[in-house]
Design a protein around this ligand. Structure first.
Ligand SMILES: [Mg+2]
Length: 290
């Protein structure tokens, strides 16, 4: 029996833990309110794309005698390791449990986890919990100066619409390694019935404005999407997100708590079970039809 692939795809910052870039700058003595509210905002007002604005502002803080100091990708990864304790309640046990639920439906179900983030990939991907459970992590990346080894240029910038590109890569079964060899691999024409992870087998979880294209795409194609909303959070992006959700893109919104007794935790477990059962039935049906 061919394996049926299911993907649970998470945004990272404010979805699985509080914003990791904010933690990075805070730890280096940069005031987050000043950084996001003034320094980055000034660039936004002068026409910069949000992701490029914050990445450029981070780079301006790198160097001897500057707040981020002699920052390299290795140091970003090292800092990321210190954030493991910040995961929201229930995240640590979630992946194993979801895998057990999928496995309990049928042995032909393969459940995978992905992060698609507008945050810093090097900050995120080395976290042991993700390393152990996730198939791939997509996020923004810096290139380093060959001489000094410090981060110096923007290598990969994941904007809000760029996020859907990674859903298509997952959908078509194009791995990050494959993309390294062929930057345009995502444009490959793959017949619908040959796509590795059909969109209807995707479950997307995210919290912000950058997640809206993914919410729309996954829902339109028959998958499931869950919005995360921290009720204590009053930032304007959250308010704007709620406004966006007053459209036909409505998805359910939940506090970022993932234990099985929590609303979102319970719904995710039910979603994996439902998608797994449907995928299994689809494959049994296909075999009967043959
Ligand atoms: Mg987020």
């Amino acid at each position: 029996m061919p394996m049926k692939n299911i993907a649970v795809i998470f945004d990272f910052d404010d979805t699985l833990m509080p914003d990791s870039t904010t933690e990075l700058i805070k730890a280096h003595g940069i005031d987050p309110d000043e950084f996001w509210g003034k320094t980055v905002r000034d660039l936004l007002l002068s026409g910069y794309e949000p992701a490029l604005a914050y990445l450029n502002r981070l780079l301006e803080n790198v160097g001897k005698d500057r707040p981020l100091g002699e920052m390299s990708n290795a140091k970003l990864r090292e800092f990321g390791l210190s954030l493991g304790k910040n995961f929201y309640p229930g995240v640590s046990g979630l992946f194993k449990e979801l895998r057990e639920i999928a496995g309990g439906v049928s042995a032909d179900i393969n459940l995978e986890f992905y992060v698609v983030s507008g945050g810093l990939q090097d900050l995120i991907e080395e976290m042991p919990l993700l390393k152990k459970n996730f198939t791939a992590v997509y996020g923004c990346q810096f290139g380093e100066c060959p001489k000094s080894g410090l981060i110096k240029q923007i290598k990969k910038c994941v904007t809000f619409t760029e996020k859907t590109r990674y859903l298509f890569e997952i959908n078509k079964g194009i791995s990050p390694r494959h993309v390294e060899e062929n930057k345009y691999a995502v444009n490959k024409d793959v017949p619908l019935q040959k796509r590795r992870v059909p969109f209807k087998n995707m479950i997307y979880v995210g919290d912000g404005l950058t997640d809206i294209p993914c919410f729309s795409l996954v829902k339109r194609m028959g998958g499931m999407a869950f919005g995360v909303f921290n009720p204590g959070e009053e930032r304007s992006a959250k308010r704007a997100l709620l406004e966006f959700l007053n459209t036909d893109r409505v998805i359910s919104m939940h506090a970022p708590r993932y234990r099985k007794t929590d609303e979102l935790g319970a719904l995710l477990r039910a979603a994996v079970s439902t998608v797994a059962q449907r995928a299994h039935l689809d494959s049994s049906q296909a075999e009967t039809d043959d």
